[in-house]
Design a protein around this ligand. Structure first.
Ligand code: SF4
Length: 355
């Protein structure tokens, strides 16, 4: 089975008011960053093939030259299969002719656009640089490269209502978007949003999720993971590797890896530039627990044969499984244990019962 390759590009044109990701606006660091990623890539011992490459951030589209160089590095250093899924995260305000030319050169065949909302006032209220018009122009330009476009939508933003969240999704889908990722806003410590005293109405956030799910279903989308919806065949192959606990290698600041039964924790940008290495931890003992936790997030569910201790799990959890089945929260069919549609709302508590 081929692995996934993730590259973190920690540069943005400005910082959004809710952001706690590892990113900075000092693009002068790009060359130094590239050199460190190169050193890291050359030390990685992973010898297998890759069939997905994902450039995340940060804002990869804000630094097209770095994006192109990193892709070249990947091709020289790793074995990347022909026709691999190559995803680039883009923000609407940085989709210009230079970026489009780079996306073509690096064989990008999937773009994930940070839309968040189609309401310009909401976008401005959290410091997003773009407006809806820029999203519309960006989609038109990206279509020169690929029609496999995903949009991120955030739930719980200031001034956002259930209706405006649904409108954002419907407008995005009117542009032929094939995949929607829906994120619940968390107000993290140290962010401008937190210091302004903003709090999320979690009940309304849950109502937004329900309404958005209903809206995308009407347009033929399926929920394949708790926060991700797509038209059939447009699921993110790369992200499915995380949820299926398959191998992936992460490069750059804050990038995690999982291969050879070891998990590697990424380090912050400052530490990464200072040469601090990721720390490996043997997680072979935790495989079954992690597989249960991650795969139950997906509609496909848990493939029982992948459990290292399948018989032990089925014996020890027999009464719990029977109870959850009788409550209509899980089903066991064709070798898979999965949550029923209604149980996705209780996902965390069902998972706790099974680990
Ligand atoms: S564009 Fe993304 S990574 Fe950059 S500041 Fe905004 S939320 Fe953070």
């Amino acid at each position: 089975m081929a692995a996934g390759l993730y590259l973190h590009i920690p540069f943005c044109r400005s910082r959004c008011d809710y952001c706690s990701f590892v990113s900075c606006c000092d693009t002068k660091l790009a060359e130094e960053y590239y050199q460190k990623v190169k050193e890291q890539a050359e030390k990685i011992s992973y010898g297998g093939e890759f069939d997905t490459v994902y450039f995340g951030g940060g804002t990869p589209s804000a630094v097209p030259k770095l994006l192109e160089k990193l892709y070249g590095l990947c091709c020289r250093t790793f074995s990347i299969r022909k026709n691999s899924e190559i995803t680039v995260e883009c923000n609407p305000d940085s989709v210009d002719d230079e970026l489009i030319s780079v996306l073509k050169k690096i064989n990008c065949n999937r773009v994930s656009l940070g839309l968040q909302s189609t309401d310009d006032a909401i976008l401005a209220s959290v410091g997003r640089r773009h407006n809806f018009e820029q999203f519309a122009v960006a989609v038109q330009k990206i279509r020169e490269v690929t029609t496999n476009i995903s949009a991120d939508i955030m739930l719980g933003l200031p001034m956002q209502t259930v209706e405006s969240a649904v409108e954002s999704v419907n407008l995005a889908l009117d542009f032929g978007i094939k995949h929607i990722s829906v994120y619940a806003l968390k107000v993290e410590d140290g962010t401008p949003l937190k210091s302004r005293g903003y709090t999320v109405d979690e009940d309304m956030q849950a109502d937004m999720y329900d309404a958005v799910y209903e809206a995308v279903q009407k347009r033929g989308f399926e929920r394949y993971e708790v926060s991700n919806f797509s038209l059939p065949g447009y699921e993110s192959k790369h992200n499915l590797k995380y949820w299926n606990l398959e191998d992936y290698v992460g490069l750059g600041a804050a990038a995690h890896s999982y291969y050879g039964s070891k998990r590697y924790e990424g380090v912050g940008l400052k530490e990464f530039l200072a040469g601090q290495e990721t720390i490996a931890e043997d997680v072979s003992e935790e495989f079954d627990e992690e597989l249960i936790m991650l795969s139950l997030r997906c509609s496909r569910g848990l493939e029982l044969d992948r459990l290292k201790n399948k018989n032990k799990f089925l014996m020890e959890k027999k009464s719990k499984i029977d109870e959850l089945k009788s409550k209509g929260l899980i089903e066991v069919k064709d070798g898979f244990l999965r949550l029923t549609k209604d149980a996705f709302y209780l996902m965390n508590s069902v998972i706790v019962e099974l680990i």
